[in-house]
Write a protein that binds this ligand. Structure first.
Ligand code: GCW
Length: 680
C-alpha cells in the first residue's frame, strides 16, 4: 500500500480466517450484470474487485445468465425473466436484497436493488460482511430516510471553511478542478455507506455560484458523482436573482424573482438531470435573507421549492438562523432560543419538498448540548438533522473524538412531543409525524490529504455517519466494530484496542475541555481550537458561560431564566427545569449554579471541573502507549501517523487541563481538594 489511508475502509484485505474461508468457498466466480447502466457496471466491477482482494477469487463478468453458479445483479424488473414472481416483489427504491437461491442444480446469489444505486449499496454491504467475517451474508435492507447527504464547505478558491485535511478536492483558483479523480473516489466512498447526495460548495455560498459559467463547471462534478449514484446539490445565496440575474430585487414574493428561480432551475436540470436541490443559509451570520423584505423563511423556501418541484428537487433550508449581535448584558437574551423562535410558528406553511435542516443542538456543535427543541415543534414539516464530521469544536482532526455516541445521544433523545414517544431519530425519518422527506446531513469537509480527513481515526465518523443515516438503530459498538475490522483487519488485539480507544474518546475530550454542558470552552471568535475560555463572554455571539466568582452557567429556566427550557414539550421541560432531575452533563447549559452546588454524584461543581480535567488528560496520555502495543500489527504508515497524533493529543490535553482548571481556580478562589491546581 503506497498510500494507506486513501482507500479508507474499502481495503479488501485478504481474509485469513480458515473457518471464514471455508464458509465463503462456495461463492461463485461468475458475475452477471443484467442492467446496462454505468451504476450497475460499477456495482459489478466493485464486486469483482472486492472478491479478488478479499478471497483471491478471479471472476468473469457476463451480461446474461447461462447455466452455472453466479452472482446476478439487477433490479426487480431486470430479474423477472430469471425469477418468476419477481415482478411482484416490492423493494423500496433504495432497498436491496442479497439472497441465495437454487436454480435447478445451480446456486444463484441474487444482488437485487430497487434502483441501480441500491445494487451498489448491496455489493458494498456484501463485501463488508465478508471482510468482517460475518457468517450471515443474506439480508434485505432499506434506508431509514430518503435524505442522506453530506455538505462540503468548499470555496471556489480551493479553501475550505472549517476544513482540516488540506484544500478542496473540487475547486482551485475560482474553477472546478480539471482533474476530478478524487471527486469520483469520494463518491465511491460515500456510496459504500449509502450516502446519496453531496452539496459541494460552502453554505456561505459564493455569490457567483449560479452563473451559467459556474453551472457548466458544476456539471462536471455531477458527471464524476453519477456512476456512484451520488446526486450533486448546491448551496445558494438568496440574493442570486439580484447579483447573478441583475433584477432590482430578490424579494421572494416578487413574481419576477419567482420566474428567475424557475428559469435558473430549468437551466440547471438541462446540465445536471439528476440534480438534488438547494441548501440555503439565509438571515444568518451576515447572509442575505427574506427578513430584508419583511418575508419569512417559508416564503423564501417555497419560491425555490416550487421551481424545483417539477424536477423532483428539494430545498434544505437551514434552521441555523440567529442574531449574532445579541446584547450580552440582557439576562433574557439567549441564542439557544433562536431556531424555535424563528421557525416553530411557520410549521405547516412549507411546500412539501422543503426540508428544514436543523443542527442537532440549539447552539453550534459544542462538545455537549441538549437536542434542539425545534425537532419537536415542527410536526407538519420534513426535517433533517445536521451533524458535523468535520471536528470544528471537537479537536479538528488532531484529537481523536469518535462522534457516533454523541450523535446517537441526540438521535435517541425522546422529546415526548404530544406526550408520547418521539425520539429525534423517528422525527427526522418522518415516522413520528408522518412526513414524506427528511433524514440526515453531515458537514464533512474532506480535503486533498491522501487519507481524506487527516486523522486516521476520524474516518470512523464519516463511516458511522453513513451507517447511522441508513439505520439509526445501530449501536456505537456495532459501528466501531465494523469500521475497525474493515480499516485495520480482524486481529482480536487490534480490534479490541481500537474499539476501546474510539468508544471512550468523546467522553475523554469532554472531560478535558468543557464538562457539565458549559460549552466547549474553546476560542469562540476565530479558529475554535484550543482553550479560549474567556472568549465566550461579553460579546454578541451568545455562547456565554456567565461565569463569575460565585458560579457559572446559563439560567435557561422558565422560572427565572431565558425561558429556553419552555420550548421543549412539557414532560422533558420538567426534567430540565428542576435541579433535582436535570442531568449533570447538561447542568450548566440549563442552570446558573454556585461552584459549591452539589452534583448527583455528590461532588461539587468546581471539584468536578478539576477532577474531570485531570482524569481526561490522564486518559488521553494512555492513547499513545496503548497504540504502541499494536506495533507490527498495523502497517507502518498508519501506525506512525496515528502515534504522532496521539502524542500530540496527550500534550494538548494537558494544556487544556491546566488552562481550564487554573481559570476556574482564579475566578472562584476555591482550592482543588486534591491540591493539583494553583501552583503553576
Ligand atoms: O459553526 C459555525 C461555523 C461557521 C459556519 C456556520 C454554519 C459555514 O463556525 O464557519 O459557516 O457555523 O453552520 O453556517
Amino acid at each position: 500500500h503506497a498510500e494507506t489511508g486513501a482507500e479508507a475502509w474499502l481495503r479488501y484485505e485478504r481474509v485469513a480466517d480458515p473457518a471464514a474461508l471455508q464458509r465463503y468457498h462456495e461463492l461463485p466466480s461468475r458475475i452477471v450484470q443484467l442492467g446496462e447502466n454505468p451504476i450497475a457496471t460499477n456495482a459489478a466491477v466493485e464486486l469483482a474487485r472486492g472478491l479478488s482482494g478479499e478471497l483471491g477469487l478471479q471472476t468473469q463478468q457476463a451480461t446474461t445468465y447461462g447455466t452455472e453458479d453466479a452472482f446476478v445483479l439487477g433490479t426487480p424488473a431486470e430479474l423477472t425473466n430469471l425469477l418468476p414472481g419477481e415482478s411482484q416483489r416490492q423493494l423500496p427504491p433504495e432497498g436491496f436484497r442479497i439472497a441465495r437461491e437454487r436454480m435447478g442444480k445451480h446456486t444463484l446469489w441474487i444482488i437485487e436493488g430497487g434502483t441501480p444505486p441500491a445494487e451498489l449499496f448491496a455489493v458494498f454491504r456484501l463485501l463488508e460482511k465478508i471482510a468482517t467475517l460475518n457468517p450471515q451474508l443474506e439480508s434485505t435492507e432499506a434506508p431509514s430516510a430518503p435524505v442522506r447527504w453530506v455538505n462540503q464547505w468548499d470555496n471556489p478558491d480551493g479553501s475550505i471553511e472549517r476544513g482540516y485535511a488540506g484544500r478542496s478536492i473540487f475547486f482551485d483558483a475560482s474553477h472546478v478542478r480539471s482533474d476530478l479523480t478524487r471527486a469520483a473516489e469520494y463518491a465511491r466512498l460515500l456510496a459504500s455507506v449509502g450516502i446519496n447526495g453531496c452539496t459541494v460548495n460552502n453554505v456561505n455560498s459564493d455569490l457567483r455560484t449560479l452563473t451559467p459559467e459556474m453551472l457548466h463547471e458544476f456539471a462536471r462534478i455531477a458527471d464524476a458523482f453519477r456512476p456512484w449514484g451520488v446526486r450533486l446539490s448546491l448551496s445558494v445565496d438568496l440574493s442570486s436573482p439580484q447579483v447573478v440575474g441583475h433584477l432590482p430585487t430578490f424579494d421572494p414574493l416578487d413574481p419576477t424573482v419567482a420566474t428567475w428561480w424557475q428559469k435558473k432551475v430549468e437551466e440547471i436540470y438541462t446540465l445536471i438531470p439528476d440534480f438534488g436541490g438547494f441548501v440555503v443559509k439565509a438571515d444568518s451570520e451576515g447572509r442575505a435573507g427574506p427578513s430584508q423584505y419583511g418575508r419569512t423563511p417559508s416564503q423564501a423556501a417555497n419560491v425555490l421549492a416550487r421551481a424545483l418541484q417539477p424536477h423532483h428537487g428539494v430545498v434544505l433550508y437551514r434552521g441555523f438562523v440567529y442574531n449574532h449581535h445579541l446584547d450580552w448584558q440582557d439576562l433574557k437574551a439567549d441564542r439557544a432560543r433562536a431556531g424555535y423562535d424563528n421557525f416553530a410558528s411557520l410549521d405547516g406553511t412549507f411546500e412539501p419538498n422543503v426540508i428544514i435542516q436543523v443542527k442537532h443542538g440549539p447552539i453550534d456543535f459544542q462538545i455537549r448540548e441538549p437536542v434542539s427543541p425545534l425537532f419537536a415543534a415542527l410536526q407538519h414539516t420534513s426535517q433533517a438533522i445536521e451533524v458535523q464530521t468535520t471536528q470544528e469544536y471537537t479537536g479538528q482532526q488532531r484529537h481523536m473524538v469518535f462522534l457516533i455516541p454523541m450523535w446517537k445521544t441526540a438521535l435517541d433523545t425522546d422529546l415526548r412531543a404530544q406526550n408520547r414517544s418521539t425520539p429525534v431519530k423517528e422525527i427526522v425519518t418522518g415516522k413520528s409525524f408522518h412526513q414524506p422527506l427528511g433524514g440526515f446531513v453531515s458537514v464533512v469537509n474532506v480535503g486533498l490529504d491522501a487519507n481524506w480527513l487527516h486523522h486516521p481515526m476520524a474516518m470512523a465518523n464519516l463511516y458511522g455517519f453513513g451507517r447511522l443515516a441508513w439505520n439509526p438503530d445501530l449501536t456505537s459498538e456495532q459501528i466501531i466494530n465494523e469500521w475497525t475490522r474493515l480499516t485495520f483487519g480482524n486481529n482480536p488485539k487490534v480490534v479490541d484496542t481500537v474499539n476501546h480507544l474510539q468508544l471512550d474518546s468523546w467522553k475523554v475530550y469532554e472531560q478535558y475541555t468543557g464538562p457539565l454542558g458549559i460549552g466547549t470552552l474553546t476560542d469562540i471568535i476565530g479558529v475554535h481550537y484550543g482553550p479560549g475560555i474567556e472568549s465566550a463572554e461579553r460579546n454578541g455571539w451568545g455562547q456565554w458561560l456567565r461565569a463569575d466568582h460565585n458560579g457559572a452557567g446559563m439560567d435557561r429556566t422558565v422560572a427565572t431564566g431565558t425561558g429556553f427550557i419552555g420550548q421543549y414539550p412539557p414532560e422533558l421541560a420538567r426534567v430540565y427545569e428542576s435541579l433535582t432531575t436535570c442531568p449533570d452533563e447538561l447542568l450548566l447549559f440549563m442552570h446558573h449554579v454556585h461552584y459549591t452546588h452539589e452534583l448527583h454524584t455528590g461532588k461539587t461543581v468546581i471539584q468536578h471541573i478539576y477532577d474531570s480535567h485531570y482524569e481526561g488528560a490522564a486518559t488521553a496520555a494512555t492513547y499513545a502507549p496503548r497504540w504502541e502495543s499494536l506495533h507490527g500489527l498495523v502497517d507502518n504508515q498508519r501506525f506512525g501517523e496515528t502515534l504522532k497524533l496521539f502524542q500530540y493529543q496527550a500534550g494538548h490535553a494537558m494544556v487544556w487541563r491546566d488552562a481550564v482548571s487554573e481559570w476556574f481556580f482564579h475566578l472562584s478562589g476555591i482550592p482543588d481538594a486534591q491540591g493539583r491546581v494553583g501552583h503553576h
